[in-house]
Design a protein around this ligand. Structure first.
Ligand code: GTP
Ligand code: MG
Length: 194
């Protein structure tokens, strides 16, 4: 799909504040610092989501209205060590309510750092989405940081590590070089029925 315009329309800290579920939506999840906000900026073609080298930047559910037709949703990252128990609990409740009740959610794009094997919370997220019957696919981020041979090796290993859950789409991506942007845009378009 081609993005003609995008704007941040809502920052949600409380599940009661979600916008009406009147548009198709796609959400972006992943560990803190994996590159979700950078990814969104690349896909939307404008610097709109806040990027930071300090993990835990995005704490809210951020709603972007795209082409006046769809919602793209930047979810708060998980697995950030420097987070209080209370904050973790808040994240759990917010995400649980969101995934369980957001019937307009078409799919989740799960971002995994291409350089490393997935971690425990990534598998927990996959199990969660699977249990709830929410379709998802994988984006392997920061691909520019890998040599070609390492990339091919890790691609296979990451894919393999999720194979017991089912067959999924895996797209290497770099918000720096825009590698994979075409494939990502096409996949998102297919999901939204463009
Ligand atoms: P939180 O909101 O804190 O959960 O992080 P996030 O997942 O939104 O990550 P963010 O986009 O803020 O990026 C984190 C850091 O990784 C920043 O320093 C980015 O510049 C860097 N980064 C993100 N994507 C890429 C990429 O594709 N390549 C490279 N080289 N760096 C990237
Ligand atoms: Mg972010």
């Amino acid at each position: 799909m081609k993005v003609y315009n995008a704007q941040l329309i809502k920052t949600v800290y409380d599940i009661e504040d979600l916008p009406p579920a009147d548009k198709k939506e796609i959400a972006f999840a992943g560990r803190s610092n994996v590159g979700k906000s950078s990814f969104l900026n690349a896909v939307l073609g404008i610097k709109i989501a806040k990027v930071s080298s300090t993990p835990g930047k995005t704490r809210s559910i951020n709603y972007y209205l795209v082409n006046n037709k769809y919602y793209f949703v930047d979810l708060p990252g998980y697995g950030f060590a420097n987070v209080s128990k209370q904050e973790k609990e808040r994240w759990n409740i917010l995400m649980n309510e969101y995934f369980k009740n957001r019937f307009s959610l078409n799919a989740v794009s799960l971002l995994i750092d291409h350089r490393h094997m997935p971690q425990k919370l990534d598998y927990t997220m996959v199990e969660w989405l699977k249990d709830l019957g929410i379709p998802f696919f994988f984006i392997l981020t920061k691909s520019d940081k890998l040599k070609k041979s390492e990339k091919a090796k890790l691609f296979g290993e990451i894919k393999n590590s999720f194979s017991s859950y089912g067959e999924y789409i895996y797209l290497p991506f770099s918000s720096k070089t825009k590698e994979g942007l075409k494939e990502v845009s096409k996949t998102i378009g297919d999901i939204l029925g463009e």
